[in-house]
Design a binder for this molecule. Structure first.
Ligand code: ASP
Length: 349
């Protein structure tokens, strides 16, 4: 490991990880200026670690696109001065932030590793220290002078996962995140073992291009047995609506009721982009597989392939935010921008 002169910027946005016991039995946010006092183990890594914290730190349920702009600004302003970045973030919306950042940090070629914890860093059984220390090691890891993982990732428990492939799957377990449709990029045991073939490397060597435009006129519509026309009609007629992530059954199926198809068709004719993702935690949409999915493809609903909902939603926010035409949005949804989806060679829809 090349510790000497390696520098990492640690950005604390808020969330459970940064809480310590205030001595009276209650938890309060940790002052990151005193990071090394609270986590003395970090000194032994030998890296130069600088810290920045959101003021005030926020529970990740309060994360908004403005928080993503702030993160993008911090990273782009500090980009030349650090080898890698670690973002400490509440677990609840970490997958949304990781997905959003993967699109907003174009040409990224340094590690941006998000982590957090289920128990505060100040508690005896905390998972926070290990997550923090390993995330810093990963953010600093280089081979022949180049960063090993130059992409936006989530590190949690023992897995390093591509950020835009990951979802929170447990409100209880230390092992709270999963990347079901893409293998872990590294596993941390006694050693951190990277799977180099799976890691994304930006194709171009262009400078980092930060983006600050996200449009929130989007919605997630989850289909369920018994969903009624009033509900669907109201959602698809929200004033200003531009994009819908339609969470369907299995490989991308929905009820065949005429009213549902007509409501969706009407929305598409009003230039609303509808992306089909599966409610299942793993697998991919294949709309042509069953008649119930085929009908959706026929009216112009586009496939989200094996995208997580978090990624489909933030990608729509990003593309719509950049004032693309409906056709451009569809084209960009139909390809992988930064490793967020896998389009099967044989049955691309
Ligand atoms: N509610 C907290 C948050 O997401 C939970 C956590 O940090 O794990 O900010």
């Amino acid at each position: 490991m090349e510790n000497k002169n390696t520098s990492v910027l640690l950005i604390y946005t808020g969330g459970t990880i940064g809480m310590v016991d205030n001595g009276n039995g209650s938890l309060e946010p940790f002052n990151f200026n005193h990071l090394l006092e609270n986590v003395p183990e970090l000194k032994r890594l030998g890296f130069n670690i600088s810290t920045i914290q959101f003021d005030p730190p926020i529970d990740s349920s309060d994360i908004m696109p403005e928080s993503w702009y702030e993160l993008v600004k911090i990273i782009s302003d500090n980009y030349p001065y650090f080898d890698g970045f670690v973002i400490l973030h509440g677990t609840d919306t970490m997958a949304y932030t990781a997905s959003a950042l993967s699109f907003m940090l174009e040409n990224l070629n340094k590690p941006v590793i998000l982590t957090g914890s289920q128990l505060p860093i100040g508690m005896l059984r905390t998972d926070g220290k290990e997550n923090l220390i390993t995330a810093i090691e990963i953010a600093a890891a280089k081979e022949n002078g180049n960063p090993i993982v130059p992409e936006v990732c989530i590190f949690f428990e023992n897995h390093l996962m591509r950020g835009n492939r990951t979802s929170k799957i447990s409100a209880e377990n230390f092992n709270a995140f999963r990347s079901v449709n893409y293998p872990a990029l590294a596993r941390a045991g006694i050693h951190i073992r990277y799977d180099r073939n799976l890691i994304y490397h930006a194709v171009s060597r262009k400078p980092l291009k930060p983006h600050f435009l996200m449009d929130t006129n989007v919605v997630v519509l989850k289909i369920f047995p018994g969903i009624n026309q009033n509900t669907v009609h109201s959602i698809l007629n929200i004033p200003g609506l531009r994009g819908v992530v339609l969470e369907t059954f299995g490989t991308g199926n929905a009820p065949t009721s005429t009213w549902l198809i007509e409501e969706l068709k009407d929305a598409i004719q009003r230039n609303i982009v509808i992306v089909n993702v599966t409610q299942c935690s793993g697998g991919s949409v294949q709309m042509r597989r069953y008649e119930t999915g085929n009908k959706l493809a026929e009216i112009g609903i586009i496939s989200g392939y094996d995208s997580t909902t978090e990624t489909a939603l933030t990608k729509l926010m990003f593309l719509i935010g950049h004032k693309m035409s409906v056709e451009q949005i569809k084209d960009h949804m139909d390809c992988s921008l930064i490793g967020e989806i896998t389009i099967p060679a044989t049955d691309a829809e």
